[in-house]
Design a protein around this ligand. Structure first.
Ligand code: ATP
Ligand code: MG
Length: 406
């Protein structure tokens, strides 16, 4: 079927009162950037929706991209017809015939935006419905629970006809809810957490801690690949690569082996908090999932979380691993995440990490390091390398271009 346009319906933004217009404009801009490789497309804003005129572009290709843009609730491929009754009837039937599997029940819903049209909507329902029925064996009308609703919208310029409704990614337009720092490891969980945060309208800057040269160049490349995949959903993403070797080596000398992971995680949060200040982020997002490993028990999360005053958002906290994997596959990060390169944390994993660390004890150990800990944290912040990864695979040094999406 050669579709003429797509109706894109916005999601939850409609509840946001006064700011709605601004958020809708943001979303339309994001759609345009995501589809910038298709300059023929034309955009017309409507109430809580945008019409994308295809002008010959492939519906399937545009639809595939729309599915991954946050803030879109649903969209429909539409054919347009001249106002002539026979043309509308023929178009409706053609569209109906493309449906697979062929529906057994249907109804027609005509809306007349152009009131001068010679037939009113009730008449039109019958005129179109009768034509489709006559030409489709075994089809029945069901006005209550039809399998398919054939919608016909008569406007001044043309008549628009559609019956399919595809689900979009949902959520809010990117950036509508501010910015968060995503702790991005090389694992399965944190990219999913980042995607979920973005879907809720949070812009994300990723922060990765590496222990180069103990961790390999490949481990770094892996994280860059994951961040690039996230950039597909956000246009681009800033990745902070934090040198963690010295701090980690120091913490490993604390003499409290079981607390190493707790201490490391606390330092990670302190460093991230500093980076967040510079970036204007108001939250830290992690891939923690309750009970998954020793650092993700309630006791550990409590002691680790207290090292930062920013809200810690843990989108996966109540999810099963299998559900997280399903998301990782859907968003295209799973195959990268399972590559076997080491993470900085796996280097220093103690034999029996604390599952219920004592806050007082942890604070005492940190106090024992004294100013040295602050100095190492400061050095890690100062030594952080920032790259901007773009949807098209390009890598740039931060600060060069600040266009697109954010
Ligand atoms: P993931 O699959 O995200 O690696 P995981 O189950 O391996 O999760 P942990 O290694 O305990 O979990 O890490 C918990 C969370 O801490 C991660 O989801 C991530 O948000 C953060 N994290 C861990 N290691 C790093 C790192 N090297 N750099 C940045 N963040 C990290
Ligand atoms: Mg991990």
């Amino acid at each position: 079927m050669n579709y003429d346009l797509i109706i894109v319906r916005f999601g939850e933004i409609t509840i946001k009162g006064r700011n709605r217009n601004r958020f809708e404009s943001m979303l339309v801009d994001q759609i345009k950037i995501a589809l910038k490789t298709k300059p023929a497309l034309e955009y017309v804003r409507g109430y809580a929706r945008v019409y994308i005129h295809l002008h010959g572009e492939s519906y399937e290709q545009v639809a595939a991209r729309l599915k991954d843009i946050f803030g879109i609730a649903t969209f429909s491929p539409v054919v347009s017809s001249e106002h002539d009754l026979e043309a509308i009837r023929a178009c409706s039937l053609d569209l109906f015939r493309t449906l697979t599997p062929a529906p057994k029940t249907f109804k027609v819903s005509v809306k007349r935006g152009w009131k001068q049209y010679p037939h009113d909507s009730v008449e039109m329902n019958h005129l179109i419905g009768a034509h489709v029925l006559r030409n489709t064996p075994e089809l029945k009308v069901d006005v209550r629970q039809p399998e398919v609703e054939l919608k016909v919208d008569i406007q001044f310029e043309r008549t628009y006809i559609y019956c399919e409704v595809e689900r979009g990614a949902g959520g809010f337009p990117l950036g509508m809810n501010g910015k968060g720092m995503l702790l991005l490891s090389g694992g399965i969980d944190s990219p999913v957490a980042g995607w979920m945060a973005m879907r809720k309208g949070l812009k994300i800057e990723a922060v990765h801690f590496h222990s180069y040269p103990f961790t390999s160049e490949q481990a770094k490349e892996k994280v860059i690949t994951l961040a690039k995949r996230l950039a597909y959903y956000s246009g681009k993403i800033k990745l902070h690569l934090v040198p963690f070797t010295e701090l980690q080596t120091k913490l490993a000398q604390s003499g409290h082996e079981s607390l190493i992971i707790t201490l490391m995680r606390r330092s990670m949060l302190k460093i991230t908090e500093r980076l967040a200040e510079e970036s204007g982020a108001l939250a830290i997002v992690t891939g923690d999932s309750l009970g998954q490993v020793a650092s993700q028990t309630l006791g550990s999360m409590n002691v680790i979380g207290r090292s930062s005053s920013l809200p810690l958002l843990r989108p996966l906290v109540m999810m099963d691993k299998q559900d997280i994997i399903t998301y990782a596959e859907r968003i295209g990060t799973f195959n990268t995440s399972i590559l076997p390169f080491e993470d900085c944390c796996t280097l220093f994993v103690p034999k029996s990490p604390a599952t219920n660390p004592n806050l007082k004890m942890v604070e005492r150990v940190e106090a024992h390091f004294g100013e040295e800990l602050d100095r190492l944290i400061e050095e890690a912040v100062q030594g952080t390398e920032v790259v901007v990864l773009r949807d098209d695979g390009e890598v740039e040094v931060a600060g060069q271009k600040e266009d697109d999406w954010f």
